[in-house]
Ligand binder design. Structure first.
Ligand code: ADP
Ligand code: MG
Ligand code: ZN
Length: 643
């Protein structure tokens, strides 16, 4: 844990954007609060001093009196405001019937029809009468506020929603801007040293590094500089890491974006991000643009039956930008994918991603190197055996191994160890491979016994058959979804397996259920073997359909839907009759496997009992403990495939 996972720091780069949008949001709220406060204050200051309420009849009497004290009557709706002579604000108020006029109620407008001096004189004697529209300025403000505020609220709410929706990956307010992360030279650098193994890929990429370092050298000789480099390989093999290492080695800025981020964008945004990304990279040349998981936008245009138009626009924009590069732009575009076969062919044409670098699953010595990288900086006990771990982890990717190293540290911390012990490493490996032990799940005695015989069956069949791998460990402690586990150790990494090895794998997978059947009878068939049977079905099918290993279909393969053509009746590129032959061949393989397992276990009944017994006693048996028990097991002639 002392070593930080570089992945985290990649994500950490854009971590400050959400708080920015938060600030803007809270800013808006503050603005609204200020507006409301201002309106309230205006309202208060605007309020006239309290008026005395007087009856209307009284007002009318005083208004009709030439010596009356009223200077002005202002009628607003049903409110009658009275301003006394010598005052400039109304001090009394009254109410009139909303429908009737003051005239109807007895107020005579004495100055009506008068003009000039006469009117002036009259107005000094009798009150002027003013009719105002029933408008209250404060009412207008309130009205406007009531109409506008909800709209503002809705707008804010929606923009907030949109931000939430895109927050997962694009926390940016500027939709069209690429939020490609840039690693300047001062960022913690990744170099080829951080990428263990994969020597061939590093070799290929050294040339790219050299070009980025001294482009002049190549230009002088008129060499065409590669524009696009495609890193291809299984997930977790270190493609992303490798791309960053190239940038680190060359000491140039690195602009990275992931294809999966484009998938979440609104129409048109993907393409504009691409444009932005390329223009940034050109400004900072020499530099690297890295498009991770490019298959997410660049899958074959026909492969998904009308691929999204957005993806297509994004892809087209990438192609346009790459075609528009000058030879001396100094920008190299790298991309990574685990599915080269899925990529649109247009991407792979000369001038685009024409350099391919394969990043492969690590071999044993590379696995050891990767483990060393990830255990470096962690406190480790002397008994930790990384060689053994490297041996056990055939088929694991660099990411898997990094994960084991991290799990080992976590396990050690949980166990209260000062340093990582080998037991922590073993536990971590098993956790990562099949899931955590479920010590708490109590099996009843019968279940434990069935499990013990089941696992013993796998172990014995696997041990006895000549082309199977050695048994490494057997346990009846439940883990993940399984009741127990029998581990076989692949002795060496091999690219090919022969038919005998595959048939032995089928037989040992059958060993579990067959052992149950031999001990508990045919009616004791349990569900404990379902994953074994699934594995058998899958392996047998691929042996027939993909590998041409059927007895009657030797060297014939049967592609599925992906063959590109199919018969109408079967929906597959072969006939009903062929389908039957395939099914029969698959059944034959699994029957043969069951028969061989049965032959072996019947011939080794004593060993089976002994092993099951030991398992019930100890729950887990390691290689050294298994050896003395298994040494008595023998291979019956009938189970041999070749003499
Ligand atoms: P990919 O992009 O191929 O899926 P990544 O580059 O994301 O794989 O690898 C994930 C993690 O696995 C890396 O961050 C690193 O910790 C580890 N890893 C993978 N390959 C290697 C390697 N060859 N050497 C060291 N670490 C590796
Ligand atoms: Mg990756
Ligand atoms: Zn099993």
């Amino acid at each position: 844990m002392a070593q930080q996972n570089p992945k985290n720091s990649v994500n950490g780069m854009s971590g400050n954007t959400p708080s920015k949008s938060n600030m803007i949001r809270s800013g808006l709220f503050t603005l609204i609060l200020i507006c409301l406060a201002a309106m309230l204050i205006i309202n208060w200051t605007n309020k006239t001093p309290a008026k005395v309420e007087v009856p209307l009849s009284d007002v009318i009497t005083r208004a009709n009196d030439p010596n009356g004290d009223i200077a002005k009557i202002t009628v607003i709706g049903s409110t009658v405001d009275i301003t006394l002579k010598g005052k400039d604000q109304p001090t009394e108020t009254s109410r009139k019937d909303a429908s009737g006029t003051l005239y109807e109620q007895g107020l005579i407008n004495h100055c009506e029809k008068l003009e000039g001096d006469e009117l002036k004189k009259c107005n000094e004697t009798y009150p002027t009468i003013e009719y105002k529209e029933d408008v209250n300025t404060w009412g207008i403000v309130l009205d406007v506020a009531l109409t506008v505020l909800p709209i503002i609220a809705v707008v804010i709410f929606f923009s907030w929603m949109m931000k939430q929706a895109t927050a997962a990956n694009s926390q940016s307010l500027s939709f069209g801007k690429s939020k490609a992360r840039m690693y300047g030279p001062d960022k913690k650098k990744v170099t080829f040293k951080d990428v263990a193994g994969n020597e061939a890929a590093k070799q290929d990429l050294t040339e790219i590094v050299d070009f980025l370092k001294s482009p002049k050298k190549y230009e002088k000789l008129g060499a065409k500089i590669p524009r696009g480099v495609l890193l291809a390989g299984d997930p977790g093999t270190g493609k992303t890491l490798m791309a960053r290492a190239v940038a680190g080695e060359a000491d140039v800025p690195f602009f990275s974006i992931s294809g999966s981020e484009f998938a979440e964008m609104f129409v048109g945004v993907g393409a504009s991000r691409v444009r932005d990304l390329f223009s940034k990279a050109k400004k900072n040349a020499p530099s690297i643009i890295f498009i991770d998981e490019i298959d997410a936008v660049a899958h074959k245009r026909d492969a998904r039956g009308g691929a999204g138009r957005e993806d297509e626009q994004t892809l087209n924009q990438i192609l346009v930008e790459m075609d528009g590069f000058d030879n001396d732009s100094g920008v190299i575009v790298m991309a990574a994918t685990n599915r080269v076969d899925m990529l649109d062919k247009a991407l792979l044409r000369p001038g685009r991603f024409d350099r391919h670098v394969n990043v492969t699953l690590p071999e044993r010595k590379d696995r050891l190197e990767i483990l060393k990288v990830h255990f470096k900086g962690k406190p480790v006990e002397a008994d930790v055996d990384l060689e053994a771990l490297a041996k056990k982890t055939a088929g694991s990717s660099g990411a898997d191994l990094a994960n084991i190293a991290n799990e080992a540290a976590i396990t050690a911390a949980r166990e209260g160890h000062k340093a990582i012990a080998n037991s922590d490493v073993v536990e971590a490996f098993e956790r990562v491979a099949i899931g955590p032990e479920r010590k708490s799940k109590v099996m009843n005695e019968k279940e434990r016994k069935i499990t013990a015989y089941h696992e013993a069956g796998h172990a014995i069949v696997g041990h006895v058959l000549p082309d199977s791998d050695p048994v490494h460990k057997v346990t009846i402690i439940p883990r993940g979804q399984t009741g127990g586990v029998t581990w076989f150790l692949p002795p060496e990494d091999r690219s090919y397996k022969n038919i005998y090895e595959l048939k032995d794998i089928l037989a040992r997978a059958m060993g579990g259920r067959i052992a149950e059947k031999l001990i508990f009878g045919t009616d004791a068939i349990t569900t404990g073997a379902s994953s074994d049977l699934k594995n058998v079905a899958e392996l047998a099918k691929s042996m027939i359909v993909e590998e041409g290993m059927g007895d009657n279909t030797r060297n014939l393969v049967f592609p599925g839907e992906d063959a590109g053509y199919y018969t109408i009746t079967t929906g597959k590129p072969y006939s009903e009759k062929t389908a039957e032959i395939i099914d029969a061949e698959i059944k034959k393989l699994s029957d043969e496997a069951a028969a061989r397992a049965e032959t072996v276990l019947k011939a080794n009944k004593k060993v089976l009992d002994k092993l099951a017994d030991e398992l019930l006693k100890h729950e887990t048996l390691e290689e050294v403990e298994l050896k003395p028990i298994l040494k008595d097991a023998k291979l019956p002639l009938a189970a041999k495939l070749y003499k």
